[in-house]
Design a binder for this molecule. Structure first.
Ligand code: ATP
Ligand code: MG
Length: 275
């Protein structure tokens, strides 16, 4: 059995090398919003990297700025300070569309069927409808949505809608996938199945993923590395390399001990925020 990973950040030291060539590089990111005539500091000096084919999880308390960070990476909103590079070139709001982004809200178009929602990203990229639909059909089948291709989003459960949004994102041919709590609305069984599917996708297609989750176990089961953010304003509190073979079992010794240590970091963080 391998030793559980060690930690880096303010409190811990990480063993092992830095990631290979970075797909995403963020240095000193700062973001604040105007609020009630003052300013709300949301992200404060956040630095992180995502290497090629790496699966990086972002874990942090509610409201600490995870979705804000995703919005900035996807070029939807500008940063106030800091340097962001995607494949070595700066990210700005002008260069939108370089990232396949699944937002926390599923944002399906109500007037489009499931399959036509699924092909939206491909259509924007200029893929013709027929081949796009063929690819989408296969992907929808793998996500348990066979038979719902012609349904409209209003008829679907929350979990089904999330899966359609995930399929749409996965079908976008981009260097980086940013998934903001993609499994948040799924029941435990479907969640496990989706996690397994996402892992296979990573192995089969070598996608690079930045993944937001509240769920410590999910982060440990899926990620190559985890960044733990502090309560707002979000700062990187710890960086954890999960150097364990896959598939990982939730009850495995190393998974359980890593989870416990991450929960300690999060609890210390929340206690500090309350103090
Ligand atoms: N456009 C905006 N204008 C003003 N405040 C905003 C805006 N967007 C986000 N915020 C505030 O910034 C903070 C961080 O929000 P964000 O959605 O990034 O958090 P989060 O970490 O994704 O939370 P959750 O885990 O609940 O999804 C919150 O207090 C939110 O109210
Ligand atoms: Mg969020």
């Amino acid at each position: 059995m391998r030793a559980p990973p060690r930690f880096r950040g303010r409190r811990f030291l990480l063993r092992g090398a830095l990631p290979m060539a970075a797909v995403l590089e963020i240095r000193g990111l700062v973001k604040r919003f105007r609020r009630d005539g003052g300013w709300l500091d949301v992200l404060e000096d956040v630095s992180l990297t995502v290497g090629r084919r790496e699966f990086v999880a972002l874990l942090g308390p509610s409201g600490c700025g995870k979705s804000t960070l995703c919005n900035i990476v996807a070029g939807l909103i500008p940063a106030d300070a800091g340097a962001l590079r995607l494949e070595g070139t700066p990210i700005d709001t002008v260069a939108r569309g370089r990232v396949a982004y699944m937002q926390q809200k599923d944002l399906l178009l109500p007037w489009r069927t499931v399959i036509d929602n699924a092909i939206l990203g491909m259509e924007i990229q200029g893929v013709a409808r027929a081949p796009a639909r063929a690819r989408a059909r296969e992907m929808l089948r793998r996500f348990g949505l066979e038979g719902f291709e012609r349904a409209y989003p209003a008829l679907l459960s929350g979990g089904m809608r999330q899966r359609v949004a995930l399929v749409r994102t996965l079908l976008c041919d981009r260097h980086l996938l940013v998934l903001d709590e993609p499994f948040g609305a799924l029941d435990a069984m479907t969640r496990r199945a989706m996690q397994g599917y996402l892992l296979r996708l990573r192995e089969e297609f070598g996608r690079t993923v930045l993944f937001v989750t509240h769920d410590v176990e999910e982060a440990v089961l899926l990620a190559d590395r985890i960044y733990v953010l502090s309560a707002r304003p979000g700062r990187v509190r710890a960086e954890v390399a999960i150097d364990l073979p896959r598939p990982r079992q939730p009850t495995g010794d190393a998974v359980v001990s890593t989870k416990a240590r991450l929960l300690d970091v999060l609890e210390a963080e929340l206690a500090e925020a309350r103090a």
